[in-house]
Design a protein around this ligand. Sequence first.
Ligand code: MLT
Ligand code: MN
Ligand code: ZN
Length: 306
Amino acid sequence: MRIHVLGSAAGGGFPQWNCNCRLCAGVRSGTLRATARTQSSIFVAPDQGEDGLLVNASPDLLQQIKSNPVLQPARGLRDSAIAAVLLVDGQVDHTTGLLMLRERSRPLPLLCTDAVAEDLTQGLPLLRVLGHFCGVERCRIVPDGRVFEVPGVEGLLVRAVALASKAAPYSPHRDAPAPGDNIGLVIDDGASGRRVFYAPGLGEITPALFDLMASADAVLVDGTFWTDDEMIRLGLSTKTARDIGHLPQSGPGGMIEWLDRLPKHTRRLLIHVNNTNPILDEDSAERAELARHGIEVCEDGQLIRP
Ligand code: MLT
Ligand code: MN
Ligand code: ZN
């Protein structure tokens, strides 16, 4: 299968429009060895065939389509390779691009859990708004690990697992977590038998979840923060990474420790990187530490073939 990384940054992107932290200022002025990134999204398609699944619809979607011609194969007067959209949560950075797909001539096949559908009808009523345009044809995801197929995309077998993370601030379940607020995906390519695990927002790794990660050929996981108190130390927030549902990379019980335990051949990639994360500085000690652990940092436009 092909995984096109459309956006590898967390909410806000890199640089973030209003941010003058060392990293944002450095990439903007060109004084730092770092690469700009748009907000979190991937496109997954089988090796044969052009149509695929858009996983998360970022506010940068139009720019991402322009930068990735595979999404616009131009087979007809109006055309797109996006056969369906799957949402892993109801956050702004993963959902607001849905509005940019409103010119479709047919309802948009939308795969999401009941919890996310609720977020998007109540807290952030995008599905109601889209009802005035192309509308959505919702396919219900139950995050219980059972296999489902993607309408319009042949050869991909997908499973969703409920994750401990955090619903969006406007979600009816922000303070009463429901299974399905946040999901991770296991995607199998039926033809090659290759498997990827994708979880851009991951607050906790349970033994069962770790086993699932260990069964994949490649894992694309939460790269939001390096340290738990990153935003606090910069004076940008009062919340820790764990408070908002993201497992930091460094420190005891952090992502690096978990990734170290995966089988040797598993490809390890971080995605959904926040603009405050020092790993964005390609000359940083933190980036060198990732390299020592065999961990890659996803970039926009990257093609991954697990
Ligand atoms: C998150 O995953 O916590 C988000 O990136 C936050 C946001 O979109 O503002
Ligand atoms: Mn996010
Ligand atoms: Zn910044």
